[in-house]
Ligand binder design. Structure first.
Ligand SMILES: CCCCC/C=C\CCC/C=C/CC(=O)SCCNC(=O)CCNC(=O)[C@H](O)C(C)(C)COP(=O)(O)OP(=O)(O)OC[C@H]1O[C@@H](n2cnc3c(N)ncnc32)[C@H](O)[C@@H]1OP(=O)(O)O
Length: 275
């Protein structure tokens, strides 16, 4: 791992951590202590085992470094994240599939429970797992109007696990989540703003980053302990369910994803993507 200091747009030094061939780049503004984590896995930031592992490691590092906040964004032109890498569960190797799903569980727990405030800068399409990661941040700013966001699992012939569902319910409420999930609806930026799936719609990435910094800087005036306790209490039931049911969730997903019916749906969906 290499480190270097670079001068930011507002003339403060940024501590930049990068590794050769890294899929995740992080900069930390030395003045504000706010980190920007950029997902950079071409072509669509699909979340496979290695990518999830890198994201989790990076989040743990930020916690250790006691950053004051984090913005999660994408380095790709028009995609925040295409969600889970479908090739991880289409014709899967069962051992790798188990490892992949456990890593997803752990990465999500790490992101959902961060002791520092987080903002998703959604600068591109954000289906399924991409939407999950955005919803797991404390605040969402989406660059409009061209992109879409939502949990579209039913469109793939699969079912969003309970903790995906609970995360969405926490953001938009039971009724809107039920409609969104059963129909697999992908929302435009305006629609997402209207139902509360995102907090702000902005015209470009620079504005999104400025607004993200503004949101995160609010916490300079809040006790970190009070922040963390409040977040823990608010998110407790969703987090605790997964902690208590990790193995059950894993066993169910691994069995379900390998069933002939699900594999057939996934094959057709992958084919449609290639077209
Ligand atoms: C109680 C019961 C519980 C049971 C639970 C059991 C298990 C189920 C849980 C599983 C949960 C899954 C959640 C997910 O995240 S599934 C993934 C869903 N993602 C999508 O549907 C996104 C699909 N992709 C797109 O819509 C588009 O690609 C795009 C992101 C809008 C980008 O469009 P565009 O720029 O036009 O790029 P292409 O479409 O041409 O794609 C380029 C390239 O990338 C491949 N690809 C795209 N998305 C994925 C993906 N998610 N995984 C793997 N690969 C992907 C695409 O096939 C192209 O490949 P080629 O270049 O080889 O053609």
């Amino acid at each position: 791992m290499l480190r270097r200091l670079i001068l930011s747009r507002n003339n403060t030094f940024i501590n930049c951590r990068y590794a050769s061939q890294s899929m995740v780049q992080t900069t930390v503004d030395e003045k504000s202590g706010i980190a920007t984590v950029t997902m950079n896995k071409s072509p669509v930031n699909s979340l496979n085992l290695e990518f999830l592992d890198e994201i989790k490691t990076e989040l743990n590092k930020l916690e250790k470094d006691k950053v004051k906040g984090m913005m999660l964004t994408s380095g790709l032109q028009k995609i925040f994240s295409a969600g889970l890498d479908i090739t991880e569960f289409y014709n899967p190797n069962p051992d790798r599939l188990s490892k992949f799903w456990s890593t997803l569980q752990d990465t999500w727990l790490t992101l959902y429970k961060t002791p520092f405030p987080t903002a998703a800068i959604i600068n591109g399409h954000s289906p399924a797992g991409g939407c999950l990661f955005a919803m797991s941040c404390d605040y969402r700013i989406m660059v409009g109007p061209k992109y879409t966001i939502g949990l579209n699992e039913t469109k793939l012939g699969i079912v969003a696990p309970k903790w995906f569902i609970d995360t969405m319910v926490a953001v938009i409420g039971q009724r809107k989540a039920e409609i969104s999930l059963t129909t697999g609806k992908m929302y435009t930026t305006d629609e997402a703003l209207h139902i509360g799936l995102i907090d702000e719609s902005v015209p470009d990435v620079n504005t999104a980053l400025t607004q993200g910094n503004l949101f995160l800087n609010n916490f300079q005036r809040i006790s970190p302990w009070a922040y963390k306790m409040t977040k823990d209490i608010t998110r407790q039931s969703t987090v605790q369910w997964l902690i208590d049911n990790k193995q059950k969730d894993l066993d169910f997903v691994v069995t379900y994803l390998q069933s002939a019916e699900v594999q057939k749906s996934l094959g057709l969906y992958l084919q449609s993507l290639k077209k």
